[in-house]
Design a protein around this ligand. Structure first.
Ligand code: ZN
Length: 466
């Protein structure tokens, strides 16, 4: 082509070349923006921890049986309270506190949450407590003291420990909020081998009693949430399991976090400087296996180490990134209780049912009205579209995990029990129909859950998630 002709062609085409260049640049900008959008929205994280091992011997919570009718003797490992504070880009905040303790009854929970909110300035919905349910930690507060034949001095020691613990926990929440700094979050799921269903049945289907039932349902998932610095240095691992920490039996008087305490300890030994936090799941109908007996101290360590190994294995894999915004919700749901049985039925209740039976009968004889519902706190924390944590109260059976996965239609779900407060067992409708230990109902308050509690609770969680 002659130079003059080429110049004519270029002169004619230049507006199209310009348009193509502009289009290309805008496409590049858009793809850069979508890469930014794919990055999880930033969440800042703060951490704090405190050793809460009693300085002096205290009565232990768990079993409430004669071998335990005396103060603790020494310790197998220390107990800890650990706090995780979160803040998203919009300034929404939340604090999770995990405790190596057995239960927190409604009266004590109310006092604790009032203190936490007053000291931190957070709203009730923004504070969540989970108890590991170790059966080798001290009794908390006064709600359970009438079940133990304690001396006045021992009662006062328990109440003094509780008051000091609550102060420690509010200091811990404040310290975690003061530690907020940029972080990256990611999660994955593992599996645990020592979780065993504990409900045994006769050949004709009648409930037989408590013992390892390998054929029974369990939730053996191990959710693992890793928190690292922006440079990738691991700062904390929050992990869960749905299983009673009862490897140490009633003849053990040494303070211990049971398998959950040993698991946290083993992770922290393997990753110095990292805070490992245990969240109890829906482990009301599952026990650690093996448990009790002359090998219990060896077994509890081995179980802790095997759970820690699984957590570390998951943490070393590629994990799903977690981002904001945080959506922190809380609701109290009235769960229906069974109609009050006749006085004759109440008088003849035995075994695990006797506790409620005798108190209901006494209340009727005093002319007091019996409750028809029990108020059940539920927390729901959403991390953008990446993860939803549903935290139920009480000793929740494993059947609620598939129920909630189905109800929320979401596999990015972590279901915890033993949160906010723990007052007795929460069975699903199937277990209410089958009967047995997990239908024994409330412990500090009065009543047996109705089979309808399942639908009421699941619907309330669906509504809360909307
Ligand atoms: Zn329990």
């Amino acid at each position: 082509m002659h130079w003059r002709n080429l110049r004519c062609v270029l002169m004619a085409c230049w507006p199209y070349v310009l348009i193509a260049l502009v289009l290309h640049a805008s496409l590049l900008a858009r793809s850069a923006r979508s890469a930014e959008a794919a990055e999880p929205e930033a969440i800042r994280v703060g951490l704090a921890r405190a050793c809460i091992t009693p300085e002096n011997p205290l009565w232990l919570h768990g079993y409430a049986s004669p071998p335990r009718f005396r103060p603790s003797e020494g310790k197998l490992n220390d107990l800890f309270a650990k706090a995780l504070a979160l803040e998203d880009a919009q300034g929404e905040r939340a604090v999770l506190i995990t405790l190596d303790l057995c239960v927190l009854r409604p009266a004590e929970a109310q006092a604790l949450f009032e203190l936490l909110c007053r000291k931190t300035g957070l709203e009730r919905r923004q504070v969540l407590v989970n108890l590991s349910h170790t059966h080798s930690g001290p009794i908390i507060g006064s709600s359970d003291l009438d079940r133990y034949p304690m001396s006045e001095a021992d009662r006062q020691a328990t109440l003094a420990y509780t008051a000091r613990l609550f102060d420690q926990l509010s200091d811990l929440a404040i310290a975690a909020l003061a530690d907020l700094r940029p972080a990256t979050l990611a999660w994955g799921t593992g599996k645990c081998q020592f979780v065993r269903n504990r409900r045994l049945f006769h050949a004709d289907g009648r409930y037989r009693g408590m013992g390892p039932n390998p054929a029974g349902p369990v939730d053996d998932r191990v959710p693992v949430l890793c928190i690292a610095s922006p440079e990738g240095a691991l700062r904390a691992v929050v992990f869960g399991l749905s299983c009673h920490p009862v490897t140490l039996h009633e003849d053990n008087l040494k303070i211990s976090g049971d398998y959950a305490g040993f698991a946290q300890q083993a992770i922290e030994v393997q990753h110095p400087g990292v805070q490992a936090m245990f969240v109890q799941g829906c482990g009301a109908d599952a026990n650690s296996d093996p448990r009790c007996g002359p090998e219990q101290e060896k077994n509890v360590r081995l179980q802790g180490e095997s759970l820690a190994a699984e957590v570390c294995r998951v943490a070393a894999q590629p994990l799903a990134p977690i981002g904001g915004p945080l959506d922190i919700r809380f609701r109290e749901v009235d769960l229906p209780l069974q109609p009050v049985p006749s006085r004759e039925e109440l008088a003849h209740m035995t075994g695990a049912m006797e506790h409620n039976g005798s108190r209901m009968l006494a209340a009727l004889e005093r002319g007091e009205p019996l409750p028809t519902h029990h108020r059940h706190p539920v927390a729901l924390w959403r991390f953008g579209k990446d993860l939803t944590l549903v935290a139920l109260s009480g000793e929740v059976v494993s059947g609620y995990v598939p129920l909630l996965h189905q109800a929320l239609g979401d596999d990015r779900l972590w279901v915890a029990g033993y949160s906010n407060e723990v007052d007795g067992y929460l069975p699903d409708a199937r277990i209410v129909a089958e009967g047995g230990y997990e239908t024994r109902g409330l412990v500090a308050d009065i009543g047996f859950y109705s089979a309808d509690a399942e639908t009421t609770l699941v619907n309330a969680v669906i509504d809360l998630a909307r």
